[in-house]
Design a protein around this ligand. Sequence first.
Ligand code: HEM
Length: 405
Amino acid sequence: MSSIDYNPFDYDIDIRAHDVWRQMRDEAPLYRNDEHNFFALTRYDDVLTGLLDVETYSSRYATSLDLMGDEEWTGPLFIFRDPPEQTLLRKLVSRAFTPKAINGLESRIEAICDDLLNPIEGLSVFDFVDRFSALMPPTVILALLGFPRGLEQNLRESMDAGLHIEESATAGSSRELIDQTGNLSHEVYALVPELCEQKRREPADDLLTILATHERELLDGSTRPLTLDEISGYVALIGGAGAETVARFLAWAVVLLAEHPDQLAELRDDLSLVPDALEEILRYEAPSPVQGRRVMRDVELHGQVIPAGANMLLINGSGNRDERHFADADRFDIHRKIDRHLSFGYGAHFCIGAALARLEGRIGLEQMLRRYRDWEVDDEHLEWIHTSTVRGYKSVPLAVNAEPQ
Ligand code: HEM
């Protein structure tokens, strides 16, 4: 039994996770936690192998420890399904996420960023998360889905509340809560039937039109229209997966660049460096750093047997900092050549929204670099968000310097 204490529900451990993960990589590459009933893998190669092997490591019992119970998930939340069902459910919406479809959103995302950043242009101090990074992604997702404007605050709050985790959580303890609420606010849920009717009458270039007018393919080869609950499930999944993650990603971007002002200056002087810088930001601080799985057969690893039925945490946020894969892995360097980081997962469940997240990241960061010469973070008032899925900040007070260059 290892002396390392990695309790994923502990707020303090969440904050200093990189130190704990480093210790796990070095001293307990297969980590066992009896109290919370899970194993964990932290080295890059082990995490990647686990993500790719969907037959051994199943997502069907949910993918965050607080949700992982004895029953399998059903329904369209394909992040909690395995191939071949997951493949069919994912295929239905994947046409809305092709690079071409996503690049078509560029001018809308620019306009959304302008709408949020223009009103705060005169302020020298503001909360970056509250005023920008937590609002831009739900606004973009609602546009992608085809909802009317004005619900973004509502979607944001329902996702925050649905993913919030208490320190007293245990394996499986949130399961019932999510079953009941579907993680979608009443206001958003209530609009789905009427909007689907509207999309059938007047099809538009959005995701709700796809969900309302296309049939779901079943394993026996037959097809049928989606039920309203299934459509709501898709909306909840895409809203849940795409809002919180991007909010944390952008917050990490401004915090890391404030900590490395020389690299901030380089980016400001040459915006063509932004895409590579974003990959380093994603590697360095994975917004969704832990992926849970259920082990489906006995597996032998690092001299121990992991029994079928165990919970396994694949810690991609740790794999990204593994010295065995990335030289000088704890150094933040926007010029680093990254072959493959694990922040969007890998294999069958690779993030369907990765191209959208990268576009939102690029536009959001470019807008900040165009508007401000540099910025500083009020470290004393940084606040963490504690959720079952994302890791990062709830509040980032920024003092911006808008002096002309
Ligand atoms: C920086 C932002 C983002 C990060 C770090 C991120 C991270 C991830 C990760 C790690 C997975 C794999 C989960 C697993 O293996 O169990 C995933 C899957 C997923 N992501 Fe993202 N994501 C981001 C943005 C988005 C956006 C913008 C959307 C949609 C609008 C989205 C929708 C999804 C969906 C639907 C899945 C499930 C895919 C499947 O199971 O086939 N994500 N994401």
